[in-house]
Design a binder for this molecule. Structure first.
Ligand SMILES: Cc1cc2nc3c(=O)[nH]c(=O)nc-3n(C[C@H](O)[C@H](O)[C@H](O)COP(=O)(O)OP(=O)(O)OC[C@H]3O[C@@H](n4cnc5c(N)ncnc54)[C@H](O)[C@@H]3O)c2cc1C
Length: 482
């Protein structure tokens, strides 16, 4: 069955802007499009909003915000661009990286002032890749709260959201996208006409087939993202001749608990923890960041173990209560000696003891074989802790090529009229391949930033396009609220 079909039958519903996906990108796009005067609705595959955005810590970068100014942080788009490029290296969408850095402060302030999202500047923690405090997050540091605030903004504006109603095909007329077909829980098809369609359906982390094809390194990691990210945007875009960018880049996390799937916060590493392989040896500088280190693990000899001590565990638990899930017996081990730890995980005791001794020497100012320089609380000391971990895939970073209005581009760089993409559906700004190009906040910057841009551009497009003669509004499955 084709993912894109020519429009031949009448439509059931007529809209200016149809948004596919009620995650960070989709909800933001809908609010922005509605604010710009467009009649807008959202269709969501699952029974509730959120997607990966709901699983995240909700941290959104903004360079030059009034919140930074209040905290005495000097920052601007230029500095942010430099930080991003330093981590990402060269890639396929430098124009998007530039544009997102340029609008990041406006985005954060718009989210707070216009969309009513509760965000504050994170000052207590310097995120990977940022030279200043720049991430703005809900006070709870929980992406579910960001989603809840965005949903409220959608509801307040009376924007319709249909849950459990995935878009299954795009509808085209000539070369233009004119809407989408959706399938509801009862198997009933609804044909929705829209002058603009925004793809906010995220990437392809949940599609084994697309991962094997486009991002094989990530295919070896355990997927820890939302189940809805099955890559429809890529499939539909390809059928329309769209280009793809940065397809083998992804956000990983090196520290998923192998026992209960809980995330072992990277603060454990920042406080002085180390990671060893099946032989009890370190193999890279752990402070390169959780995403870059995941790529190191994917090329090393697992299983892997995070080794730290009780001081670090107590310190982390005090600041981050969910860490208690990781400290449970059966998930982590605490022991008085490294020999006990080695015994519990069938590691060679001599190798483990040598590894920890070398790391401790480096933490006291000696040279580290892995070139690590930051040791947090210093050398490890008994009693020790160990958590078996596995590398995780959070989300894919590659997607459809777009211009700075989030319009989808064909491989020859012409615009696919009527089609916009953002978030994980679009090419990301975290390098061309692998997990090393990810700067903290890149995921939500692409989701909310491109949602903001796409929503406004989609509304403008709808004002310019004469709507096709649209038929009956007889069976409307689009419902309000959420
Ligand atoms: C554990 C975790 C922590 C993270 N932490 C951060 C962080 O702190 N900061 C950061 O910047 N990034 C973070 N990320 C990455 C970030 O969450 C994603 O990059 C971002 O949420 C993607 O947003 P999105 O709107 O594109 O996709 P999503 O938020 O996943 O939304 C996509 C929505 O589209 C729906 N959908 C899919 N297909 C269809 C269809 N055919 N029809 C209708 N609906 C469809 C999905 O069900 C979903 O609801 C994290 C990711 C994970 C997994």
């Amino acid at each position: 069955m084709h993912a894109v079909v020519a429009m031949t039958q009448p439509f059931d519903i007529e809209l200016d802007v149809l948004v596919i996906g009620a995650g960070g990108c989709g909800l933001t796009a809908a609010v922005a499009a509605h604010e710009a005067g467009a009649e807008t609705a959202i269709v969501e595959k699952l029974e509730r909003a959120g997607g990966n955005t709901g699983l995240s810590s909700g941290s959104v970068p903004g360079a030059g915000t009034r919140f930074q100014a209040l905290a005495g942080v000097a920052d601007d788009a230029c500095r942010f661009r430099r930080d991003l490029t330093q981590v990402s290296g060269s890639h396929d969408v430098p124009h998007i990286e530039r544009m997102l850095a340029d609008i990041s402060a406006e985005l954060v302030e718009w989210l707070v002032d216009c969309a009513g999202v509760n965000l504050e500047l994170v000052e207590t923690y310097r995120h990977v890749g940022h030279s200043v405090a720049r991430l703005h997050a809900p006070p709870s540091r929980d992406g579910a709260d960001l989603v809840r605030d965005l949903e409220r903004a959608v509801e307040t504006r009376g924007i319709a959201v249909a849950f459990g109603q995935p878009a299954v095909r795009l509808l085209v007329s000539g070369e233009r996208v004119v809407g989408a077909e959706t399938l509801d829980r009862r198997g009933e098809v609804t044909r929705i006409a829209a002058s603009s369609v925004v793809l906010g359906s995220n990437g392809f982390g949940a599609s084994r087939t697309l991962l094997d094809q486009l991002c094989p390194l990530a295919a070896r990691a355990e997927y820890a993202g939302a189940p809805g990210s099955e890559g429809e945007a890529i499939r539909w875009g390809r059928e329309l001749g769209a280009g793809l960018g940065n397809v083998s880049a992804f956000q990983g996390h090196a520290g998923l608990s192998a026992r209960n799937g809980a995330l072992v916060t990277w603060t454990v590493i920042e406080r002085g923890g180390i990671i060893v392989d099946r032989h009890g040896k370190r193999f890279a500088d752990e402070t390169i960041g959780y995403s870059a280190f995941a790529a190191q693990e994917l090329s090393a000899d697992g299983p892997f173990y995070m080794i730290y001590d009780r001081r670090i565990a107590d310190d982390v638990r005090a600041g981050q209560p969910p860490f208690a899930q990781v400290c449970q017996p059966g998930v982590s081990v605490q022991a008085d000696t490294l020999d006990d730890i080695a015994h519990r995980f069938e590691l060679d005791p001599q190798t483990l003891s040598r590894t920890v001794a070398d790391a401790s020497r480096a933490a006291r100012g000696g040279e580290d074989p892995c070139a690590r320089r930051d040791w947090g609380l210093g050398a490890l000391a008994a009693p020790y802790c160990a958590t078996p971990i596995t590398p995780a895939l959070f989300h894919t970073q590659g997607g459809l090529m777009i211009d700075t209005d989030a319009r989808v581009l064909r491989t020859d760089e012409t615009v696919v009229d009527g089609l916009f993409a953002g978030g994980g559906a679009a090419a990301g700004i975290s390098g061309r391949s692998g997990a090393g190009g990810y700067t903290s906040g890149n995921g939500l910057l692409s989701a909310l930033g491109l949602g903001y841009v796409a929503g406004r551009a989609a509304a403008r497009n709808a004002m310019q396009v004469a709507q096709p003669h649209l038929a009956s509004l007889s069976h409307t499955h689009v419902q309000h609220g959420g």
